[in-house]
Design a protein around this ligand. Structure first.
Ligand SMILES: C[S@@+](CC[C@H](N)C(=O)[O-])C[C@H]1O[C@@H](n2cnc3c(N)ncnc32)[C@H](O)[C@@H]1O
Length: 368
């Protein structure tokens, strides 16, 4: 049983106004006090930071600075912002290292702004966050469950659907486009973490419009891939696979994986960014489907952002607890909790594979 004596002692100190005032005056202690105050202020103002970023993205500010620094007044004119108001945006974005305000009144990219160039995955997520931001306008309603249906739930139509996901073609197209763009952050990391050399067949359950299946098929030309997803998404996957000229390598199967039969006898079954979308009962149904689809000795591959005590794990926790709540089902899980569920579904030898950026995805393998 973990001891929380240190946390309790620290909280008693930090909770005391007298201690906080004193700490600011004591050498060395004042450094901790200052860091604590800064972190608290960053927490209070995080919503402003996201909106500065969102505004820069909506106005294509980073793209406009791709070729180098620009005169502040002419950039403001191009953004259709009055120069004095644009100055506030530029200065705020510079404070967040999205931009740089140079002494000669030119604006340049900051290090975060530069890292967003051609980073369609993150840019698409920033744009998509407008929906969640809307749902967060009344956070108490969201946590009480009285804000349904949220805008997020209207997009992610399968979330929380107990009697079969509804076939909303427009929503399926919108979320599949977002997934396809953001999959570019994951596929390489997953395929670097797990060699598919010894597998002949892969079934990608909930494979979306095929970004991961296509990346796997391209990297490992000997492997036969089948992608299974809900009918509205399967149609999109079929077109994407055809367009990529991979129709001989990738079969697409329209199925609700929790109730329809899936192709069986596979060496490898992947669940990429699937389990965190669902509550435990549906997770068990999906794992059972993966188990049935594998031949004995076959491998299950689970990849998704995973919660935990590390900095990455805590970022995942804070983000996905709210994201998935607004969406209508699921939760971020630690690798340990996922391993429990996977074992309960009849798999053995659950093991972890390291990824380059664990905040984007963790990877677990298990054997049928
Ligand atoms: C978050 S997306 C992930 C897509 C893809 N694996 C990726 O990482 O880009 C979840 C996918 O699971 C699919 N899905 C949800 N419920 C499903 C079910 N019961 N059967 C099959 N696919 C399902 C959705 O249509 C969606 O494409």
């Amino acid at each position: 049983m973990a001891s929380f004596a240190f946390s309790d002692w620290r909280n008693r100190l930090l909770g005391s106004v007298r201690f906080r005032t004193l700490a600011q005056k004591i050498p060395v202690f004042h450094l901790f006090a200052r860091a604590q105050a800064n972190e608290l202020f960053a927490l209070c103002s995080g919503f402003i930071h996201s909106q500065i970023l969102a505004t820069c993205v909506r106005l294509d500010v980073f793209e406009r600075l791709r070729n180098g620094p620009r005169d502040a007044a002419s950039l403001a004119g191009e953004l259709s912002l009055p120069a004095d108001r644009a100055e506030h945006l530029f200065a705020a974005a510079a404070a967040l290292e999205l931009l740089e305000c140079r002494p000669d009144r030119r604006i340049a990219l900051g290090r975060h702004g530069a890292a967003l160039l051609d980073n369609e995955a993150v840019l698409a997520m920033v744009r998509h966050h407008a929906l969640l931001y809307d749902d967060l306008q009344r956070p108490l309603d969201l946590f009480r469950g009285s804000s349904d249906p949220t805008r997020m739930a209207r997009l992610w139509t399968y979330a929380g659907a107990s009697d079969g996901p509804p076939a909303d073609v427009d929503a399926a197209r919108e979320y599949s486009e977002l997934m396809a763009v953001s999959q570019s952050m994951l596929a390489g990391q997953i395929l670097d973490a797990v060699s598919l050399k010894s597998y002949r067949s892969l079934l990608d359950i909930g494979g979306g419009s095929g970004a991961f299946s296509m990346a796997a098929a391209r990297r490992w030309p000997h492997i036969d891939v089948t992608l299974a997803d809900l009918p509205a998404v399967a149609d999109l996957a079929r077109s994407a696979v055809l367009e990529a000229g991979l129709e001989r390598r990738i079969d697409v199967c329209a199925a609700d994986a929790t109730s329809d039969p899936l192709p069986a006898g596979r060496d490898l079954v992947s669940l990429i960014r699937i389990l965190h979308d669902h509550n435990d009962d549906r997770v068990m149904a999906l794992l059972a489907a993966a188990h049935r689809a594998l031949k004995p000795g076959g491998t299950l591959l689970v990849a998704e952002p995973m919660a935990g005590e590390s900095r990455a794990g805590r970022l995942v926790d804070a983000y996905f607890h709210v994201y998935l709540l607004a969406m209508g089902s699921g939760r971020p899980r630690t690798p340990e909790r996922l391993a429990e569920l996977i074992s309960e579904a009849g798999f053995r030898r659950v093991r972890r594979r390291r990824t380059q950026v664990p905040m984007i995805t963790g990877v677990l393998l298990a054997t049928r």
